[in-house]
Ligand binder design. Sequence first.
Ligand code: GLC
Length: 435
Amino acid sequence: MSFSELLEAACTKINPTPESLQNVAAGFEEAMRAGLAGRPSSLPMLPSYIARPTGAERGEALAVDFGGTNVRILNVRLEDGKVRPGESVRFSLKDPDGAYDFTRAETRAEELFDHIAGQIANLAAGASAPLPLGHTFSFPCRQEGINRAVLLFWTKEFRTSGVEGKDVTALLSEALERRGVRNVRPRAIINDTVGTLLAAAYLYRGVEIGSICGTGHNTCYLEPRHPLTGKPMIVNMESGSFDGVVLTTFDRAVDEASSRPGEQLIEKQVSGAYLGEVVLAALRAAAAEGLLPGGPRDWERGTLSGIDLARVLEDEPGCAGARSVAGDRLSLPGLTEQQLAALRKLTESVVGRSAWLVGATYAGILRYLDPGLRQNHVIAVDGSLYEKMPGYQAGIRAGLEAILGAGARGVETRLVKDGSGIGAAIAALVAEGQE
Ligand code: GLC
């Protein structure tokens, strides 16, 4: 077998069949029902204690958007159903030159939140009246109220000590106090999917599903009658933890090398943090068979980013994108055009599977909400994969159509940028309104 043949065989293993997509949609729908009813399920179906905004919310709020190594703080004003973003800062929790890294296990919760509080203090310095603060914290939390969320466990390879099992609002409030910030009051804490849904519902009405397809993957929806309250409530499904998709040998290798083996299984098949790892796993299989042109290589985790994959998929003559990624990232210069085409095809399979699987989970949610698919539905999506990865939006559509057939006609997925920041501000103002 040649290098190209092995990669072709890997594609066959990775590409989902129409039947397997149907199984994912049906399994997802069942896992939703089980999770909501408190039966064993890979979907924790976490309550958010917030429903859809009315559109009448108004005022000024600060939003903290913390869901990855880049944190953003922004000032948002809501007025007459419009969103007016004001000043904002963006900062990294990891210094590119290695001076600090707030995501490592050696960092304590206090250090992480002091750093964030310092940035909030700078942005809020000029505020005359006290500002409500909404916090988008995009990790799995046991939500105990609109302003209380206990981190269950880190995802996305975060490891900071002393945050798991703690109320994140308390950690932030204590840091603000230590810093002497008195003009900011944390009011609400939400997941980024919830933020996306809130922002979309505020701007467009009628939206009932919010999703992130970026570094991580997750979806929330508006449960019409939540078992806790009997009223509408947004449910953060933590759908990245769905375990109903068959794993290939490559997925197993990615899972084993991750910080939480056995957990977040579909996330490791679909999200931006892991897609490059799946491609590398297939390339390592070629290396193990002695098929890698120019002899074995040892690639570190993170060698192939989502941006690299997007470059491989760019439609350029002679697979120019694939050639530069092979040379610069994989130390595989001098691949033949056939070998580059095989690398491109492998990348297409890994990225395509991600989009189809996401489409299949959306189909499961839609069937749960509207079994006969009689109404139109809008799914609000944010995230780098959805926004920038070539072919991704079309792949989700293809997944939806493969499962729902003509029923997919009334379903629209729509990019809602920055929903996680804007949604936090909306949540803070909704919380103030509830007082
Ligand atoms: C991870 C987190 C989840 C978040 C998603 C997208 O799956 O666990 O809470 O919504 O990433 O950022």
